[in-house]
Ligand binder design. Sequence first.
Ligand code: FPP
Length: 241
Amino acid sequence: MGSETKNTGGPRHVAIIMDGNGRWAQARNRPRLFGHHAGARRVREIVEACPENGVKYLTIFAFSTENWKRTQIEVAGLMSLFRRYISKEMKDFVKRNVRVRFIGDRVRLDEKLRGLMDEAEELTSHCTGTNLTIALNYGARDEVARATQRLARDVAAGKLDPEDVDEETLPKYLDTRVLPDPDLVIRTSGEARISNFLLWQSAYAEYEFVDTLWPDFSAEEFHKLVSSYGGRERRFGGVQS
Ligand code: FPP
């Protein structure tokens, strides 16, 4: 099945901000959606590369709460790509033992897409290989606001004492509550920004910003970044001793 995750001492949870699809398409004189389709093929390749790289959790930023500001054509094209991607890959995820989850606010997504998301989560709920989390209509501040709302409701209902709220409490209300924090966050396309992605969860993560545009990001480059994880700390340790 190829789903056994190697224990490499590398990052167990890698999160990726997949940027540069638009520029990749533009460089080929093609519409932006052409770049998003090429990006979707890379998602598949990187998911497949996780087990041999010791990556048990992969979280990818597919659509942000800010992305609604794009043209109606691009937004509709992306939503249709997500629908097609999920329904096409679903059975393959099961075959490859990939457990799929979604984070973000589903309320604004169309019913058909929401149904496919539920179905994919349900169908793969027994899978024990790679944990793939797709962030769809996700924004970290929005996630914290929604979490705080749920927490406040529990306080109002007398289920939670405000005196007991500490660093361990809020994560239990976040969309990521069942996931460990990311160890490594990668952003492609040369931008060194976090763009409202997993702000709470990445407090101690290592960051890698690479120039490669997402549709060119290969399993080989993924392997290189994963292998050099922790290198900075080790070098620092060497200087110190
Ligand atoms: C950012 O590139 C990318 C996105 C907003 C969409 C990410 C989506 C994919 C990679 C498609 C497939 C994903 C799944 C889960 C099927 P950009 O358009 O901002 O690029 P630019 O900065 O060059 O304009």
